[in-house]
Design a protein around this ligand. Structure first.
Ligand code: FAD
Ligand code: MG
Length: 355
């Protein structure tokens, strides 16, 4: 089972099946299921109790369908079957998979490859799904030669994908959960749900806000002590995702072999902090949190400054005696409270003073 989440949803006054008596007498249903190696939890409000429960269950079915499409932990997924044909030229793909690949490749291009879904050969070389290992120079060179989103060609009419690099392997690990959450939220809306919180291994997607509230109060955990919240914020009609090497990292000899790789160097990112991304869709938040961990606080802040203002970043950097928060963009207005030993960098302190 995965370690405690880096993000915690505090549904004020809520526990499974019980809710404050909000306006419009909406009732809440909470459904959860073990999917993609972690727990996916859907909390949905609706005027009719059984509609909320049915909607939440249908949303989880949609997440399960995305797992069947994208899981490279299963040989029978469409993505695994596609990976086995790397180097064979264009392979026809379903409209679903083409839509996913289009989003993943766009974020890869937008982040200069800091997020790169072709990272599979490096995940394997470092054995990030096993005990972790340090590859020798030749293994690392061979893996790096098979990685690079710019060697992937997505053709349309009919949709076909060409994994041109022999040995290439697409890995949905950094974006698949987010993609699944967006699809699940569409199912909830189709069921008439206009207020819900989806929590997938710590990634959160808010549909609207809890009835009678301005948003969901959620927390970003301390990357060095995940059971301790470091930052409290309000989330509404957006998603936040956090990446950190402490999530699934492991020690191999002297090396911290974390599960996030810098595709530009071929090595695990040597950082101890955490990067939280805020975006209008969960797929983008998921992929951006990985990219921001690779880029580091300064380059992440520069990326947010150069992109539409409904994106944001909150980088928590361990410093002497505590944490420094580098937050920029859409996440800043939602910041409610920082733990006493969490300081802000000068730019954030100025932004908060001017509010
Ligand atoms: P993120 O930072 O979002 O992603 C890190 C993951 O993405 C790494 O694990 C690696 O796979 C990949 N990655 C590393 N560096 C990069 C990079 N720079 N760019 C792009 N990708 C990168 N886990 C299980 O234990 N069992 C399962 O059966 C299982 N099934 C899954 C099925 C699906 C469809 C998905 C999406 C995930 C599944 N997982 C499973 C979890 C997955 O393997 C990752 O560990 C998890 O998604 C990490 O998410 P994160 O948000 O913590 O880290
Ligand atoms: Mg992620």
């Amino acid at each position: 089972m995965r370690a405690p989440m880096l993000l915690t949803a505090w549904l004020l006054g809520l526990s499974a099946g019980r809710a404050p008596a909000p306006e419009g007498s909406a009732v809440v249903a909470v459904r959860a299921r073990y999917l993609m190696g972690t727990t996916c939890r859907v909390t949905a409000w609706h005027e009719e109790a059984d509609r909320a429960g049915r909607a939440a269950a249908a949303a989880l079915d949609e997440v399960a369908a995305v797992e069947a499409l994208l899981s490279t932990w299963r040989d029978d997924s469409e993505l695994s079957r596609l990976n086995r044909r790397a180097g064979e030229g264009p392979v026809e793909v379903s409209a679903d998979l083409a839509a996913f690949l289009d989003v993943a490749l766009r974020v890869a291009a937008a982040t200069g490859g800091a997020f790169d879904p072709t990272v599979g050969p490096l995940v394997d070389a470092w054995d990030l799904r096993g005990e972790g290992r340090v590859p020798d120079a030749d293994e690392l060179a061979a893996a790096r030669a098979a990685v690079g989103f710019d060697a992937v060609r997505l053709h349309d009419g009919p949709s076909a994908l060409d994994l041109t690099a022999p040995g290439a392997r697409l890995d949905a690990g950094a974006v698949g959960k987010g993609w699944a959450l967006d699809r699940a939220a569409e199912v909830l809306r189709d069921h008439g749900v206009s207020a819900a919180l989806l929590d997938f291994g710590g990634q959160l997607l808010a549909v609207g806000a809890p009835p009678g509230a301005d948003g969901f109060r959620v927390a970003i955990a301390d990357p060095l002590a995940r059971e301790r919240p470091a930052v409290l914020l309000v989330l509404r009609d957006a998603s936040i995702a956090t990446s950190a090497q402490s999530e699934r990292g492991r020690r191999v000899g002297e090396d911290l072999v974390g599960h996030v790789i810098d595709p530009r160097t071929g090595r695990p990112v040597p950082v101890l902090g955490s990067a939280t991304a805020w975006a209008p869709t969960a797929a983008e938040a998921d992929a951006l949190s990985t990219a921001f961990l690779v880029l580091g606080p300064a380059a992440s802040a520069a990326w947010v400054a150069g992109h539409p203002d409904d994106r944001g970043v909150a980088w928590l950097e361990p410093t002497d005696g505590g944490l420094t928060l580098h937050a920029r963009g859409a996440i800043v207005p939602g910041l409610l409270r920082l733990r006493d030993d969490v300081t802000t960098d000068a730019a954030l302190a100025a932004a908060r003073r001017s509010r």
